[in-house]
Design a protein around this ligand. Sequence first.
Ligand code: NAD
Ligand code: ZN
Length: 918
Amino acid sequence: MITGGEFYKVMCAMAPLYFAMFVAYGSVKWWKIFTAEQCSGINRFVSVFAVPILSFHFISQNNPYKMDTMFIIADTLSKLMVFVLLSLWAVLFKSGGLDWLITLFSIATLPNTLVMGIPLLQAMYGDYTQNLMVQLVVLQCIIWYTLLLFLFELRAARLLIRTEFPGQAAGSIAKIQVDDDVISLDGMDALRTETETDINGRIRLRIRRSISSVPDSVLSSSLCLTPRASNLSNAEIFSVNTPNRFFNGGGSGTLQFYNGSNEIVFCNGDLGGFGFTRPGCGVSPRRLSGYASSDAYSLQPTPRASNFNELDLNGTGTPVWMKSPVAGRIFRHTSSPKMMWESGQRHVAKDTMNVPEKEISFRDALKMAPPSTAAGGDASMEEGAAGKDTAPVAAIGRQEMPSAAVMVRLILTVVGRKLSRNPNTYSSVLGLIWSLISFRWHIALPSIVALSIKIISDAGLGMAMFSLGLFMALQPKMIACGAKKATMGMLIRFISGPLFMAAASILVGLKGSRLHAAIVQAALPQGIVPFVFAREYGLHPDLLSTLVIFAAVAWEAGKPLVMEEVEVAPPQKHEVRIKILFTSLCHTDVYFWEAKGQTPLFPRIFGHEAGGIVESVGEGVTDLQPGDHVLPIFTGECGDCRHCHSEESNMCDLLRINTERGGMIHDGESRFSINGKPIYHFLGTSTFSEYTVVHSGQVAKINPEAPLDKVCIVSCGLSTGLGATLNVAKPKKGQSVAIFGLGAVGLAAAEGARIAGAGRVIGVDLNPKRFEEAKKFGVTEFVNPREHDKPVQQVIAEMTDGGVDRSVECTGSIQAMIQAFECVHDGWGVAVLVGVPSKDDAFKTHPMNLLNERTLKGTFFGNYKPKTDIPGVVEKYMNKELELEKFITHTVPFSEINKAFDYMLKGESIRCIITMGA
Ligand code: NAD
Ligand code: ZN
């Protein structure tokens, strides 16, 4: 057992390291000393200088002529044992797969020897263990990390080939050439392939960086895989990141088999007009291609451990929260990212009961393999361990791979390139060479050099821990991968790792403190390098990061970790994470909260009218950067599709409003979770959270001078109403306009009428309190339907000699929609619907009303294109052409968000701003 004195020695070694980590953690988390950019500068210093010099320092001090053979054999044996077992598992039981082989191997065998092991063991067992540890570090650097890189590149190459050559085509690849500037297949760079087929049908494949979007040869096939026939296999191929497992559908035979369930789930057909999803259901092929063409190839977003998989494991297969639906309002008041999820009590209980069928199909859709997997016929790129050796697509046949020789050559090439760019490789080799020289001829480095190295390597040790602390502080949540996987990882890391080491050491015959040292080092927290690789290749980085961190934290404080907060995962490809500063409540939130909208999805984070600051951006985001002031918007603009190219439409194929989607387009998954359980997104914005992740196409970058507590209302209600009048109803000067519903949207429509120079503006509302307020917005006359026995249409027709010229409906009531249409003048009248109807509403009017030359229109977001037009609306406010202050009647701190709901339900507020920081 460890005595008090020994304990003190251990503390002396460890405490300074954790002190460095703590300082880093605090300076980011609490004292806000470093920006994200500065942190990455520090990290870069650590990886370019500190760690390589640290490696050199230790390796060069290790006497290579006096290596402890037994110790090394034991270590190697234990790693080989794990590797062989995992490989057997991967080969024999298809469920294993390369992905988990890599992850589990990293977890079980690669502890943090350099940064933690050396000082710790030195303190526990004396100086000589430092030598032992250094020997392990040398081997780790030279052999094991290289093996790991090899496996990662192998995996990346297989993915690439599977995606590009589904089925048997890959078998005929005879040669693979990699352009010089391709350093890795890890997906950080966009790659594409070119192929040439010779007369014998053998294929020569060239892998290039895709810099230009124009293919240089006819045969080239861009890796931005739009669903089109491959010239090689006649199969339909898809990008690995073909978006949206939530509602894949459309066009291709491969997808057909879950189209059926989609129809049930997503096409509520009863309401074409409400159809946020098209009647044709789901995504049209064009929509897919619209996305894919702007989407460079990336293996980064490997379908990673889906949080949703965890649902499969609780017996009945019913998601936990489905069994006990979140009832009423639950407000989580926690320090870090806060959120609330809500549901109208009655409705959820009821609706959940009513839609079992939908739930089931919804879950099935989630479990579907992504198209590329289906097409590939091999499931290991999906969550291997989940045992999905599915891929039933017979049309294509088994996935073949090029011959082993071809693959090995390919991978050796890229691994070689990768190693050649890593400063650590050079410093390790230099360290090894120097140690061979210095211990052979007993020469020491000149003091001046030795001291220079020492100073950086000491700093390096501290800096490495410092950077670990920074990393921790930048995580939205400590346990990134969810409690279940974390526990599994911990068991492997801290129990099976040491067990294998113990078995191997005993086999080899290690005894005494060498045996102890071997076991203790095997039980250290996860090494950082495997985590860095995992992050680079996008393979379970959440799990590895957790082990790096969790272990460190548990060691430091020994306290259970708080898991109450909502984890907001980092932005993935084409996504940004936004720190929300102000949000406000719109009636649409209330509808869905009351579950009057479509299929209820709970728990869910509502909110879509907000202003904030970009905190971080995901891969491929070029038009936004941290620090930008932005408005997240419930409908988006991809910039690429026919709608985005059309001057008339703002209904982007990819990013148009979709109330059914609970995850992100990129992978269909949620970026929010509590204890690993996903929390659904709402409208892709979910702004009732201190941090949220939004597709970059749904983010409008605005003038940083604009006060976010005012312009946040531009992100929905204001623009919707304003645009409905200015862009859709388009009243001519002096014309009369009726506005139904005098909430924020209706009053913004009135503001539009004022700006357009309309003559009479008639406000219609059931709530007489609204009229006083509306005068400020230029509403000149009022009609309260409750005060008349005649239909409102008739009242208005009488007031206006046959009807108003324009009407804008902003209530969400189906009666008001019909009235708004029927009250416009025949011959030229135009009615515009803006309110969001209830699920089962149907618009009923006599066709004669249309034949008499009235026009009925509808609009989302006032026909504004969110990214193109909204900055201009903000400028209108800055130039004092628009008044926003008069819309804002209340302000509440985030902790009192429920008050905002009450104000809206009681009709007291126009807009209530919710201040996040408060
Ligand atoms: P709000 O609750 O503040 O205002 C609605 C007003 O309509 C209230 O004053 C209410 O008294 C009045 N009203 C309700 N039923 C009526 C009826 N039958 N006749 C006359 N008046 C009636 O809501 P808001 O935030 O201003 O939103 C208004 C509507 O616009 C909602 O349906 C909302 O979902 C919808 N909306 C649509 C879009 C879009 O892009 N199309 C965007 C945002 C909001
Ligand atoms: Zn678009």
